[in-house]
Design a protein around this ligand. Sequence first.
Ligand code: PGA
Length: 256
Amino acid sequence: MARRKMVAGNWKMNMTPENAVSLIKTLIPLVQNEDVDVAFCVPDLDIIPCLEAVKGTNIGIGSQNMYFEEKGAFTGEIAPDMLTSVGVEYVILGHSERRSFFAENDETVNKKVLKAFEHNITPIICCGETLKQRKQGITLDLIRMQIKIAFYNVSPENAKKAVIAYEPIWAIGTGVGARTDQAQEVCKAIRDCIEEIYGDLVAKEIRILYGGSVNASNAHDLLNQPDIDGGLVGGASLKVDFGKIVNYDKIQTESN
Ligand code: PGA
């Protein structure tokens, strides 16, 4: 039942189409690891040129958001079939930056998750606590709530295909990632929560990533935790270091 590892880059609001293609071309030879699924979640305008650039490789392209309606008067939004029609496989949903700057909440995340599955897009569903919430001792309660709402009405067949990303907000873009034991503790709690909702089989199959200041030095330890199936990588996904993260399983061998 071994789950395949996954390392996804979240480019956020970086890279013009021209720069995006040049970065993808630089990264393609560096992100070869047959045991790891690799994806780049790029700005929408970069999607088509990036899809062209990854043709013939096993790299997937994702969006960083998507609306939960099919089409219509929703200025500035992107519809699911616009993404699938060009070959997008993944969509990040509920990233903390969307929650804090763009009024995303657990209910809208749930609607988007349901819509993504209707269109066969794999959602990368983000959850995570602020530093204050961690200090208040409510991390696991909050994460369980985020997960339960995100998966409300999602069938077990779909749930097992979802990817969850645990991203403590205090670790995003700060250079200070969660300690390995902290990340493992929450990822395990997420898996337990999925088990409560869907049972053992879905819990064993669903992939749970850790995100928040993942880099070439901490990737090996983080990605070797029993409940961490990969990483969602922001800053380091814009650098050649991303290749080292994808090849986290070789890092130790090299330093030994
Ligand atoms: P970071 O971002 O790796 O730059 O901390 C992670 C994310 O926001 O997905």
